[in-house]
Design a protein around this ligand. Structure first.
Ligand SMILES: NC(=O)c1ccc[n+]([C@@H]2O[C@H](COP(=O)([O-])OP(=O)(O)OC[C@H]3O[C@@H](n4cnc5c(N)ncnc54)[C@H](OP(=O)(O)O)[C@@H]3O)[C@@H](O)[C@H]2O)c1
Length: 224
C-alpha cells in the first residue's frame, strides 16, 4: 500500500521534457504532484499521486480556472515549479516582433500572471522555483536567441522581486538553470538527460538556496 504524501508540488508543463521528468522524480520522492498541461492530460504516464490540471499560461481564463481547480485539490502547496516555457527564437540572431511576443507571452507574462494568483496557495515556508536558463545571465551572454535570453533575464528579475515580497512568509524563490537538456527544446545533442536534470533540480529544491539567487544545476551551486 502507498503512503499518503506529506508534501505537494505543482509543476507547470508537466507533460513534456524536464517538467515530466521532474514530476516523475517528485512522485518517486514521495510527493503528491499536481501537474499542468495544455491538453489536461499527460500521455503514457499516470500515477496514483498525480493529478493533471489544464493550463495555458497565455490565457487569463485558463489561469483562473486552473488556480481554482488547484485550490480545491490542494490549498497548501509546498513547492511551486514554474517550468512551462518556449524557445521560439532559439538559435536566431535578429530580434523579430512576433517571436518576441510569443516568447514573452509564455515565459514572462504567462509565468508571472500564473504565479501571482498562486501565491496564497503556496504555504508559508514553501518554495517557488522558476525553470530559467543561464542564457538569461549577462555572464553567459551570446549573440543568439534574443527573445529567449531576455525572457529568462526578465524572469530572473521577477524572482528577485518576488523573493523580497514573500520573505516575510519565509517562502524561498529560486530561478534555476537545469543544464542543457535532451528535450523537444534542448534537442537530442544536449549533454544532460531529462532524468539527470530532474535529479539536479530536486537537489536544488532540497538545498533550498538563499531566496532570490540563481541556482545552476550543472554545478549544484549559486551563480553570483
Ligand atoms: N532543455 C533545455 O536545455 C533547457 C535549458 C534551460 C532552460 N530550460 C527551460 O526548461 C523549461 C522546460 O523546457 P523543456 O526543455 O522541457 O521543453 P519542452 O519539452 O518543450 O517542454 C515545455 C513545456 O512547456 C509547456 N508550455 C509551453 N507553452 C505553454 C503555455 N502557453 N502554457 C502552458 N504550458 C506551456 C509545454 O506544453 P506543450 O507540450 O503543450 O507545448 C511543455 O509541457 C522551459 O522553461 C525551458 O526554457 C530548458
Amino acid at each position: 500500500m502507498m503512503n499518503t504524501p506529506e508534501k505537494t508540488a505543482l509543476v507547470t508543463g508537466a507533460n513534456s521534457g524536464i517538467g515530466l521528468a521532474l514530476t516523475q522524480k517528485l512522485l518517486a520522492e514521495g510527493y503528491r504532484v499536481i501537474g499542468t498541461s495544455r491538453s489536461g492530460q499527460i500521455a503514457d504516464f499516470s500515477h496514483p499521486n498525480l493529478t493533471v490540471v489544464t493550463l495555458d499560461v497565455t490565457n487569463d481564463a485558463s489561469i483562473e480556472q486552473a488556480v481554482a481547480a488547484i485550490g480545491h485539490l490542494a490549498p497548501s502547496i509546498d513547492v511551486l515549479v514554474n517550468n512551462a516555457g518556449v524557445g521560439s527564437d532559439l538559435g536566431t540572431l535578429a530580434p523579430e516582433r512576433q517571436l518576441l511576443r510569443d516568447t514573452f507571452a509564455t515565459n514572462v507574462d504567462g509565468t508571472i500572471l500564473f504565479t501571482e494568483p498562486m501565491l496564497p496557495l503556496v504555504r508559508d515556508g514553501g518554495q517557488i522555483v522558476f525553470l530559467s536558463s543561464k542564457m538569461g545571465l549577462p555572464a553567459f551572454a551570446g549573440p543568439d536567441s534574443p527573445a529567449y535570453r531576455v525572457s529568462k533575464a526578465a524572469i530572473n528579475m521577477y524572482a528577485a522581486i518576488l523573493a523580497e515580497r514573500v520573505a516575510e512568509r519565509n517562502i524561498a524563490v529560486t530561478p534555476m538553470h537545469p543544464g542543457w537538456v535532451q528535450t523537444r527544446m534542448g534537442g537530442s545533442g544536449a549533454p544532460f538527460t531529462v532524468e539527470e536534470s530532474a535529479a539536479g533540480l530536486f537537489r536544488g529544491i532540497k538545498a533550498r538556496p538563499e531566496s532570490g539567487k540563481f541556482w545552476n544545476v550543472e554545478t549544484d551551486s549559486l551563480v553570483a
